[in-house]
Design a protein around this ligand. Structure first.
Ligand SMILES: [Zn+2]
Ligand SMILES: [Zn+2]
Length: 362
């Protein structure tokens, strides 16, 4: 089934963490974490509407300057989310440069920066290139039901996990998806076109039945146009199915509190991107570093009922051993925890239950 968005890691599993979520028909995208983003071409950075930063360790935030450099003068607005202290940290990054000419740029850039406290209260500020990125404080806000961003088609929710500092774990949730009955479409004498998106948006936003939809499509007879109401067109909608849900979880210790937090946030996700930094043989080291082992990541994926798993944020110490790390995640996710030594030797990635191993596997 065609999904609203497509998610891919920015870098290989040894590279800086980051998830690029592309909205296929919307010419927009979201980015989760802002580490090394050198592989993202300007056209992909220019599509970003919102950037969510889990925490500001360097490997998650060092790409801020690069993003700013690409969008400055070309894009009018971008929204950045982060945890405690985030607004001040963005301000400090901006203050590191001299902005004596940017107010003359034809396209002014506004950075809307929002920070969420561990108590769910948020504060925000706006930095515009028109005023040399001087801070303009906005009104405080509150996050209900973990929702950080709510859009007509999707929402992003976040919760703090413990990484010896608060770190945001995220879930991106596509809202219900109207499915179209092709035969009913034909019976109505119309064909699919970009207008279908307008209809779906109208239905999802509970628009009144008399809301007009401007139908335009092209076939072998040429261009066609007509206007129909949402009420008339609603007959072509077969049903409304649940949307896709994607979890992005990185930089946390393996603790009962973190597992409970994640169980509430990402239960049943269709795809889980989860850090798998160390092999379980090095779990004492993982504990000291406040990171998960591959086995612990797989166990969390299993506990939350993730339908597919993509591990990342592998420690560089494993060099060529990425398949071992991945196999350890999979072993813990797909079945009862195996003895660590056996899990480490396994490098098979078959499919022995209903859950699918991911295409992005190594
Ligand atoms: Zn990290
Ligand atoms: Zn970190």
């Amino acid at each position: 089934m065609r999904h609203l968005f497509e998610s891919r890691l920015v870098n290989d599993p040894f590279g800086d963490p980051g998830l690029y979520v592309d909205f296929r028909d919307e010419r927009r995208a979201l980015l989760f974490d802002l580490g090394d983003i050198a592989v993202l071409p300007p056209r992909k950075l220019l599509r970003l509407s919102h950037v969510f930063v889990s925490h500001t360790h360097m490997d998650h935030f060092v790409g801020f300057d690069q993003l700013l450099r690409v969008v400055l003068g070309r894009k009018s607005r971008i929204v950045l989310f982060g945890g405690p202290g985030f607004v001040a940290q963005v301000e400090h990054r901006l203050r590191a440069y001299t902005w004596n000419v940017v107010h003359r740029y034809t396209v002014a850039l506004v950075l809307d920066v929002r920070e969420i406290g561990t108590d769910g209260r948020g504060q925000q500020a706006r930095f515009s290139s028109r005023s040399g990125f001087a801070r303009e404080s906005g009104v405080p806000f509150a996050c209900a039901d973990d929702v950080l961003h709510d859009d007509v088609l999707f929402r992003v929710r976040g919760r703090f996990v413990d990484h010896e500092m608060p770190c945001l774990a995220f879930v991106i949730e596509e809202k219900a998806r109207p499915r179209v009955a092709k035969d009913r479409l034909a019976a109505l004498g119309v064909a699919t076109g970009p207008w279908l998106r307008d209809l779906k948006l109208a239905i999802l936003s509970a628009a009144p039945a008399d809301t007009p939809i401007h139908l335009r499509w092209r076939d072998q007879h040429g261009e066609h146009e007509m206007i129909r109401s949402v009420g008339e067109l609603s007959e072509i909608i077969l049903d409304v199915t649940p949307g896709q849900r994607i979890g992005y979880v990185t930089d946390l210790r393996f603790s009962d509190a973190n597992r409970r937090t994640l169980a509430a946030l990402i239960a049943g996700v269709d795809q889980l991107f989860i850090e798998s930094v160390f092999l379980d043989a090095d779990r004492e080291h993982a504990l000291r570093k406040n990171h998960l082992t591959a086995r612990q990541a797989g166990q969390i994926a299993r506990e939350v009922g993730a339908r597919a798993v993509v591990p990342f944020h592998f420690s560089p110490r494993y060099g060529q051993r990425a398949p071992e790390v991945a196999a350890e995640v999979r072993a813990a996710w797909a079945g009862p925890p195996a003895p660590p030594a056996a899990a480490c030797r396994s490098d098979q990635a078959g499919s022995d239950d209903s859950r699918s191993w991911t295409r992005a596997m190594l």
